[in-house]
Design a protein around this ligand. Structure first.
Ligand SMILES: O=C(O)CCC(=O)C1=CC=C[C@@H](O)[C@@H]1C(=O)O
Ligand SMILES: [Mg+2]
Length: 321
């Protein structure tokens, strides 16, 4: 017999998490649990404010309708809201034993401000050293200096940078000017340096610094195409859609010789552990971008290995169904 629950949850964020110029005080979402006999599968639906086009209420309506149809014995199509399609498809994949358990719990440490904090983390990091630094929040010159400092101090470090389209071509040039040319090849890529894709392409060509697409993947005219200077695509499944769609995007990227990086949309620990499994499965060998759990004040249901944050259990969830 099919059984299902849908829960709503809320997790307080660390003070000072700002997304697209808005402070994110709490992270809100849904969990779905599908059961069939002894088998069960969980999925997280948490549209990210400022990034997802759907609201949590939109996603909730779609999820409840889908679950009700599923309970009646139908196999409905996934909803059009990407966060809902992603969470429901994960729950179904777990239920059908189609999402492998092996996970890539390495997460490129994320640095938004203080490079000293990152040093300590990198010192303790075993194996491949990859970190992600947000740029474009401060003066481009300061960003350039931080990047130099890190690459100089940690000789086996590769950096991923993310400008979230913050720079004009001039600012991007100012940044590049400050980065020691010998270090440029150790910038694995910079995500979306400029406001337009053409400006970002020109930046890559002029500076020899590789770029990656992130925001562009959600634009209607985007295609997975190999281009000079373009190294990677950042795939955020909560913003993409069903697991099937995520697999198609990874395959399209790989076919063009692009690195596909599975990345967080600030999911709870439950969603993040599933993303770590998806990364191990679909992008083996590429470190995923999942270092966002510590932006939250708690974990949810499933723990991220070795993370010390308290873990909220079933009783902190609000059952909707
Ligand atoms: O990609 C990563 O390593 C972590 C995730 C991450 O950086 C982001 C997740 C969600 C929203 C953004 O602020 C940010 C990004 O712009 O990529
Ligand atoms: Mg990005």
């Amino acid at each position: 017999m099919r059984k299902a629950q849908v829960y709503r949850w809320q997790i307080p964020m660390d003070a000072g998490v700002v997304l697209r110029e808005r402070r994110l005080k709490t992270r809100d979402g849904l969990l779905v649990r599908l059961c069939l006999g002894d088998a069960e599968g969980w999925g997280e639906i948490s549209p990210l404010p400022g990034f997802s086009l759907e609201t949590l209420d939109d996603a909730q309506t779609a999820v409840i309708a889908w679950v009700n149809a599923w309970l009646k014995g139908n196999d409905p199509e996934f909803p059009s809201e990407p966060s809902a399609a992603f969470g429901l498809s994960c729950a179904l994949a777990e239920l059908n034993d189609e999402l492998p358990d092996a996970a890539d719990y390495r997460a490129a440490p994320l640095c938004t401000g203080d490079p000293d904090e990152l040093f300590a983390v990198l010192q303790a990091m075993p194996g491949e050293k990859v970190a992600k630094v947000k740029v474009g929040l401060w003066e481009a010159v300061r960003d350039g200096m931080v990047v130099n400092l890190l690459l100089e101090a940690v000789p086996d470090l590769q950096l991923r940078l993310d400008a979230n389209r913050a720079w004009t071509p001039l600012k991007a040039q100012q940044f590049a000017k400050y980065v020691n040319p010998d270090y440029r090849s150790r910038i694995a890529f910079i995500e979306e340096p400029c406001r337009t894709r053409d400006d970002s392409r020109a930046f890559a060509q002029e500076t020899g610094i590789a770029i990656a697409w992130d925001e562009s993947l959600r634009e209607a005219d985007f295609a997975f195409v190999a281009e000079p200077g373009v190294k990677a695509v950042v795939i955020k499944p909560t913003l993409t859609g069903s697991l099937q769609k995520v697999r198609e995007q990874v395959a399209a990227a790989h076919q063009q010789g692009l690195t596909a990086v599975i990345s967080s949309s600030i999911e709870s620990s439950l969603g993040l552990t599933q993303l770590a499994r998806i990364a191990a499965w679909l992008t083996p060998g590429t470190m995923p971008g999942l270092d966002t759990l510590n932006l939250m004040q708690a974990q949810l249901i499933r723990r991220w290995p070795h993370n010390e944050l308290p873990c909220m259990t079933h009783d902190s969830l609000d059952p909707l169904l």
